[in-house]
Design a protein around this ligand. Structure first.
Ligand SMILES: Cc1ncc(COP(=O)(O)O)c(C=O)c1O
Length: 346
């Protein structure tokens, strides 16, 4: 199967498995796993934060950050298509007792002025704004990268009002490799950042939450409260260390493959393709089968893709490149889409 549904489908390489098997481990709830500690130190160093915490998932990392930065009864400013707002089961309300204040972005991005008008004035009958969240790269917008200056304007605006900003940087290393700007520079000024090891970096499990030392002390408490205390997690952390060493620079290849795939799809009749900035390709079938039908037909022929924006459109498709996808896979995918469109008379 050529699996283009997500970069979460990556399988650990032989070298990663070897690193995992060789990991020195201990009970991390007692703070005794040396490999976890090493991963946390390496992540903090790469992102330029004081400390970091290994987390079981990106969702738990985002929600832990929200719980740490806010208190019940506050509002959190989020973008309408963000992962935190759309795909995390309203856990900001469930676990932190806060409500989302939703900004409609332009393909995932919004302006500092929008935040300014969304921040609540200091009136006793209004819910205070406790946090702003950004997402870089923006998943639902097709792996879009926040321009550095626009992100800085948001940070400045929020900070001028005393509001912290959390970055959902699930794919921050994709943004870094695509722009040539270091991850450390991309996340400078945020009060917390999470990034995922289990996506383009190719690990089986794990994310890392980064921030100041006091923030991470509190995050460790929240992680435990959410059931995220892990024991001999060094086996997983070893995969993370391996990925940070060997799987970051190679993201450039995923971006090249995404571009090749987008170019191939653009050359076909009946499709509108959003030019990818990183590893996520979104396209719309203007003429031909709907997205469910096309994906079902591709599946039979050995290609997995996802109908995109489920619930709002029946014609959007998403494909994601990753370390399990070769140039030949991309070429085969374009050929199969061409054949399926042709079979539908397009
Ligand atoms: C932008 C973004 N944030 C957070 C997450 C959540 O990560 P996890 O699936 O590890 O909970 C994802 C997962 O796809 C994501 O794309």
């Amino acid at each position: 199967m050529i699996d283009l549904r997500s970069d979460t489908v990556t399988l650990p390489t032989e070298e990663m498995r070897a690193a995992m098997a060789a990991a020195e481990v201990g009970d991390d709830v007692y703070g005794e796993d040396p490999t976890v500690r090493q991963l946390e130190e390496r992540a903090a160093e790469l992102l330029g934060t004081e400390a970091a915490l290994f987390m079981p998932s990106g969702t738990m990392a985002n929600q832990t950050a929200i719980a740490c930065h806010t208190r019940p009864g506050q509002e959190v400013i989020v973008e309408a298509e963000s992962h935190i707002y759309n795909v995390e089961l309203a856990t900001l309300a469930r676990f932190s007792g806060v409500q989302p204040r939703v900004l409609t972005g332009e393909r995932g991005m919004f302006a500092a002025g929008q935040i300014e008008s969304a921040i609540r004035p200091d009136l006793y009958y209004l819910a205070p704004t406790g946090l702003v969240c950004l997402e870089n790269t923006h998943n639902a917008a097709g792996g879009r990268i926040w321009p550095l200056t626009a992100a800085r304007e948001i940070l400045d605006m929020a900070h001028s009002r005393g509001i912290p900003v959390h970055l959902d940087g699930a794919r921050i290393f994709n943004a870094s490799i695509a722009t040539g700007v270091t991850a450390r520079e991309l996340v400078a000024g945020f009060q917390s950042v999470m990034f995922c090891l289990s996506k383009g970096l190719g690990c089986p499990v794990g994310s890392v939450l980064c921030g100041s030392r006091p923030f991470i002390v509190e995050a460790r408490r929240v992680r435990k409260a959410l059931g995220g205390g892990m024991r001999q997690a060094g086996i997983l952390a070893a995969a993370g260390l391996h990925a940070l060493e060997h799987h970051v620079d190679r993201l450039a290849q995923d971006h090249e493959h995404a571009k090749l795939l987008a170019d191939g799809l653009t050359s076909l009749p009946g499709l509108s393709v959003v030019s990818p900035e990183t590893n996520i390709i979104l396209f719309r079938i203007e003429k031909g089968p709907d997205a469910e039908t096309l994906c079902a037909r591709l599946r039979v022929r050995g290609v997995l893709a996802s109908p995109a924006a489920a619930g709002t459109s029946t014609r959007g498709v998403r494909m994601v490149t990753h370390l399990g996808i070769s140039r030949a896979d991309v070429e085969r995918t374009v050929d199969l889409v061409r054949e399926e469109l042709r079979a539908s008379g397009v």
